[in-house]
Design a protein around this ligand. Structure first.
Ligand code: ATP
Length: 244
């Protein structure tokens, strides 16, 4: 893959972002700036509010209060959102009876993106040889790659990935890490949620940790960890509930 230089820097800004579902406060007054040219790991225990935050950022859930913006503009208000932001939230969106290539073509057309770059994107995610097979026969890792291909079609400058290593084999994890690093090196903004702390240590520049919907840490990995403190030990320290 060639390193793209995105030119203008794109930042994600969360400001007082809050989402309530009845009595449940899924995301609670979350504020953070996610910087361009860097990979930001988004961490938190099960149910901490990560997916809800990403869904609000992508205009899929309406905040109860607060804002999530990309260069100051909410996703819904971007003129061509799929050319600004590529997202992998759900790998089950492609019709199982379609081939990978056809599924991607349908997506590209629906999203108003051209289909010219389709084969190049399939090659980028290393699905070229499997592109003629039906999605129903894909492994979870292959569906992750197809979802990433869809996210990349619009050549966005922001990537939002929810648990992207889910189902990937070690080769796939290694490949994805290289891909993400290259993407950020070209000036792209990457926000990636994961439970795999050891893997994130090799991938991210910055770390955003939430617990029960609230921000508990936002720092560079270098600030957070040292010879005696691992990301895992810091994460556990910040997110383990103590009996009151
Ligand atoms: N549509 C919904 N209706 C009601 N409650 C919801 C809804 N979506 C999320 N929640 C609740 O909001 C909280 C945060 O959920 P969310 O899925 O954002 O967490 P998460 O950090 O992504 O978790 P995980 O790591 O398990 O994927 C949870 O208590 C969840 O039950």
């Amino acid at each position: 893959m060639t390193i793209r230089n995105f030119g203008a820097m794109t930042e994600i800004a969360l400001r007082g972002l809050t989402k309530k579902y009845g009595d449940v406060i899924a995301v609670d007054d979350l504020s953070a700036d996610i910087r361009s040219g860097r990979v930001t790991g988004f961490l938190g225990p099960n149910g901490a509010g990560k997916t809800t935050t990403l869904r609000m950022l992508l205009g899929l859930a309406r905040p109860t209060s607060g804002t999530a913006t990309i260069d100051g503009v909410a996703y819904r208000d971007l003129s061509t959102p799929t050319r600004r932001v590529g997202a992998v939230l759900d790998t089950g969106v492609f019709h199982p009876a379609r081939t990978g290539r056809n599924a991607l073509r349908v997506y590209a057309t629906a999203a108003g993106l051209g289909t010219a770059g389709l084969d190049a994107v399939l090659d980028t995610v290393e699905l070229g040889r499997a592109a003629g097979r039906r999605v129903g026969g894909y492994s979870l890792g292959m569906r992750q790659r197809l979802a990433l291909a869809a996210a990349l079609l619009g050549e966005p400058d922001v990537l939002v990935l929810d648990e992207p290593t889910n189902g990937l084999d070690p080769h796939g994890v290694h490949w994805l890490r290289g891909f993400i690093r290259t993407y950020a090196a070209g000036g792209g903004t990457v926000l990636v949620s994961s439970h795999l702390l050891a893997e994130l240590t090799n991938t991210v520049d910055d770390v955003l940790i939430i617990n029960r919907g609230r921000l508990v840490e936002h720092a560079s990995l270098a600030e957070l960890t040292n010879a005696t403190t691992s990301l895992e030990s810091r994460f556990l320290e910040l997110t383990t509930e103590r009996p009151s």
